[in-house]
Write a protein that binds this ligand. Structure first.
Ligand code: PLP
Length: 408
């Protein structure tokens, strides 16, 4: 069974109007995902942030702002864009990994909340800005995720201050009169197992008891989504009973009555609202494999090459065609350049339009010009109108070369 493409007629219309390769984002799916999480977290003193590394497309960001979310920004440019778009700075967490001095000054000057994941940075912050507010990223020593490359806590992880070093956090904070407003963790991405998530949250909750002026606990993002037909993603009812209910209980007994709970998903909000459209250019039969070559590739969607990630591929032009087995490959000069291997797809013909599903997170935000190939166009489909809006044109060989020559 294939996962069906959302709004196939609209997607075909986008392909014929704007060509391919093109990322398409469906506003109604975005709103549905945000509402679903809000509903399941109902009753918590909550602040949702969006981890904009997942996708910083401007129409998505603007819509997310309207929903009252803050931002998790991990670089100066992400921080600047969030501010430009009007996200209030007191809802922007600046979580740069291995933060430099200049990044620290920049974030302080902009008024964002610094999220510090190294003792040495905490020391430098204190020495430079004594009396500052700060959020501290902890490593609860429990990690999880869909692939080892996206596990961001545990004994082998570079992220966060190991929870055993909490005494050092206190002593640096006292030395420089730092006000630890928040504690943060993010243990990984694409998590489906609520037990592991809860265990990690519980470590942080226990750690929080020794911080008497805490205003928020940020439990991170990482919520997994269903990439395959028949999957359900992170089970939301179980999430409510195993995580939200114990969190409420914890808060009711916590010495700080002002404590908020923050979540900062990326993928959960935007993955399912995105589709990458591509055209089949080449069908090549070999003894063992039928290759379908498309006008896109790992430079537009690196997840299959990088993580072996699964994305459903649907033939929009031949939806009732017989299922046949293909390796769906891109146009990049790397053998890791594939979207699907040995995959059953409705019969593909040269000229057909395919939809690569659930590509709204870590798709375009990880895209690049490798091989001096163009970046895809981007189209937004507002929920109150069926009229797709092209908000970013495809780059062209001329624009890429012009940029390259500008550095001479
Ligand atoms: C600090 C931080 N927060 C949140 C996220 C979002 O993760 P996800 O998209 O899995 O929700 C990430 C992703 O790497 C992250 O590094």
């Amino acid at each position: 069974m294939l996962k069906p493409a959302p709004v196939p007629e609209t997607l075909l219309r986008v392909a014929s109007t704007f060509g391919t390769p093109t990322y398409v984002y469906l506003e109604n799916v975005l709103i549905d995902r945000i509402s679903s999480l809000k509903k399941h977290l109902d009753g918590l003193p909550l602040q949702l942030l969006y981890a904009m590394k997942a996708n910083h497309a401007i129409p998505l960001m603007k819509r997310i702002k309207q929903e009252g979310l803050g931002i998790d920004a991990v670089s100066p440019a992400e921080l600047l864009l969030a501010i430009e778009l009007g996200f209030p700075v007191d809802k922007i967490l600046f979580s740069a990994n291995n933060m430099t001095d200049s990044e620290m000054h920049f974030a302080k000057q902009k008024g964002a909340i610094l999220n510090v994941g190294e003792l040495s940075r905490l020391e430098k912050l204190g020495a430079t800005y004594p009396g500052s507010d700060v959020c501290v990223r902890l490593n609860p020593q429990i990690g999880a995720g869909h692939h080892k490359h996206v596990i961001t806590a545990g004994t082998e992880s570079k992220f966060g201050i190991p929870v055993e070093q909490i005494d050092q956090i206190h002593s640096i904070s006292q030395k420089y009169d730092l006000h630890v407003r928040g504690l943060h963790q993010h243990i990984g991405s694409g998590i489906l197992d609520t037990d592991t998530l809860w265990k990690a949250i519980n470590v942080m909750l226990n750690a929080s008891l020794s911080f008497d002026r805490l205003e928020f606990i940020n439990v991170g993002g990482g919520l997994g989504i269903p990439y395959r037909a028949g999957e359900s993603g992170i089970p939301m009812d179980e999430f409510a009973s195993k995580i939200v209910a114990p969190l409420k209980l914890f808060l009711s007994n916590h010495p700080s009555k002002k404590l908020q709970i923050w979540f900062e998903p990326g993928r959960f909000f935007t993955a399912e609202c995105g589709v990458l459209l591509a055209t089949v250019n080449t069908i090549k039969e070999t003894e063992h494999i039928t290759f379908a070559g498309v006008d896109s590739g790992m430079n537009h969607l690196v997840r299959p090459a990088m993580y072996g990630a699964f994305h459903e591929v649907v033939n929009l032009s031949n939806p009732d065609g017989p299922l046949q087995k293909y390796d769906i490959v891109g146009n990049i000069c790397e053998s890791a350049d594939f979207f699907a291997k040995g995959r059953m797809v409705q019969q593909l013909r040269e000229g057909d339009i395919v939809a690569v599903l659930d590509t709204g997170a870590y798709g375009m935000s990880m895209a690049n010009h490798y091989n001096m190939r163009s970046l895809p166009a981007e189209v937004y489909v507002p929920s109150d109108s069926s009229k797709p809006i092209l908000f970013r044109s495809r780059s062209t060989p001329e624009s890429i070369v012009k940029e390259a020559l500008s550095f001479v």
